[in-house]
Every structure is written in C-alpha cells, then in structure tokens.
Design a protein around this ligand. Sequence first.
Ligand code: SAM
Length: 320
Amino acid sequence: MIVDKLGRRFRNLRVSLTAACNYACTYCVPDGKRLMKAKNELPAMQLLKGVAMLQQAAGIDKLRITGGEPLVTPKFDDFLLGVMGLGLADVSLTTNGQLLPKKKAVIESSGLKRINVSLDTLNPLRFRQIARSGDLATVLAGIDAMLELGLKVKINMVPMRSQNLQEVVPMLDYCLERGIELRFIELMRMGHLQSGNGFVNDFVSMQALLDVIGEKYEFARTDAAYDSTAVRFQIPGMGVFGVIANESEPFCRACTRLRLSSDGFLYGCLSSASKHYIGDMLDQPSHLALPTLQKLLVSALADKKLAFQGEVTVMKFIGG
Ligand code: SAM
C-alpha cells in the first residue's frame, strides 16, 4: 500500500469521463463559453482498464463518475455498466442533472445506488444566469426520476453572495421534504477565481452560511466519515445537511482522493497542477504496467497539500 507521512493513501477515485459540459457555470468558466472535450480523450474501455489497474495498484475501492458533464458523452452508458461490474465497494455519479430523465433506464439497469446532482437555485431565471444554459424543470424531473428508482440523492449547491445566497433556505426546505442530503460547497479558488475579486466578492464561509440557516432551523454538528469532505449537521426530526468547507475547515490532512482525467492523467491533489500520464500503460500487460504505475502513484501522493491553496486548473479537466 502506498501511504505518506500523514498516513494518507488513495482510496477514492474520481473519473472525469469527458471535459465537455452542456453548462457554462459562472464559477467554472469565465466567458460563458461551454467547455469542449479534451484533445485525446480515452474511450470507455481504456478508462475502465485504468480503474481496474488502480484498484490493484492503489487499493481504490470507491469511485465517483464526474466530468465535465459525464452524461453528455456517448461513453457514459458503457462506462457505467462496466464499472458496476468491477467489484468496487461504492460507485456514485456527480451530474448537473440536465440529461438525467434520458438516462433513467441505463441508470436503473446498472444498479447504481447513489447520485449527486449539482443545483445552485430553485429559481428558473437565476438558474439560467448561473448555469448559462439548461432548464431547471428538466433537472427537477431528473431528480424525481432518481428518487423513484430508490437512489440515495444528494444535491450540491455552491452558495455565492451576489448570486444565490437567498436560495439557501428554500433549497434546504426542498431537500428536507424529499429526504435529500444537501451539500453546500464553499466557493473554491479554481480557474478564473484564483485571482481577481470574483472569489472574494462571492465567497460565503461556513459560519456565514450557518448563520443564514440558523434563522429558520436549529441544528447540531453530527458524525461524518473519517475521510469525508463534508462537515455534517443534523436538524432534529427533519434531516441532515453538510458543508464542504474547503476554506473554513480544510480536509486535506485526511484526503484519500485521486483523480483520473478523461485524457488519461492522474491528479493527486485538486490544489496542484501536477499530472501523471497513464494512457500509455493501459495496453501493456499488468506485470509491466503495474510497477510503473506504482511509481507514478508515489509521485501523485506527494502532490497532496496540507491545505487547499486554489489552482488555476479549471475543475472541468480534473473532475469535481
Ligand atoms: N458537471 C457535473 C456537475 O455539475 O456536477 C460534474 C462536474 S462539476 C465540476 C462538479 C462540482 O464542482 C459541481 O457541484 C460544481 O458546482 C462544483 N464546482 C465547480 N467549480 C467550483 C468552484 N469554483 N467552487 C466550488 N465548487 C465548484
């Protein structure tokens, strides 16, 4: 097992199926232009091989499918069905939900149990202002479709002072009514938010968020898994919400995440631009590929920081 001085090891793999996205969210891209796929994206079968090798070499046992937007690529169905057969302890999917109604059948037949839908507002106009594409009603229909299938649904919301702070309580009401765990993600200094005023003007700290929620609900801190990204709070008799507090309470010291990009690079840390290419190993027999892969994993683990420092790399390349 590859472990660093802090006892950190890779356990959770996030696979970005494609860098392409059907949205152009204000916090993800600066210019409103939709993201395109990367130059040399790997097909589903190659990515699945990569996952299987990482299970062997790093002990990966949890996997999240992400992007870009994972539902826009034609390889989504094959990858999902394939990955569900790899014997991982946990597989989940992060999506903006726009294509969920169309993907209901394949999701049902795959046996997927968990899904995270990113949704920053329940107001249709504001939705278009933030996502700069898509349609709120379709996303809500997609969430209903997943609840009908019995999936455990979480919603990810990025609260921003100038854009959707007034949506925090309505979103919590919506989630509590449906048994959905809401995850507030503190705005991160990624891509164009790494410099300039955009981050400072819009950032909402965990405490500021809790103050807003406290005007309506009473809550108390509750348990979260050791390597969880979220600080969790229980509203007695009603449900749980979480805060992914990258700035206020960084979880870097217990981070077990590794990322595989759609074009075959491993990233050991969201706050580092260092990347390690594994695409050329995927056609080699295991006895040749595994020793090289293990060396890359040692380097990728050394990329991990002690606190989130921001990174100019846009999240879409490396998977949120
Ligand atoms: N397209 C998929 C989706 O929307 O869930 C997956 C990729 S998206 C990059 C993953 C998550 O990252 C989303 O929940 C999104 O809100 C979040 N995200 C992207 N840029 C962010 C930023 N600068 N700060 C905080 N969260 C961000």
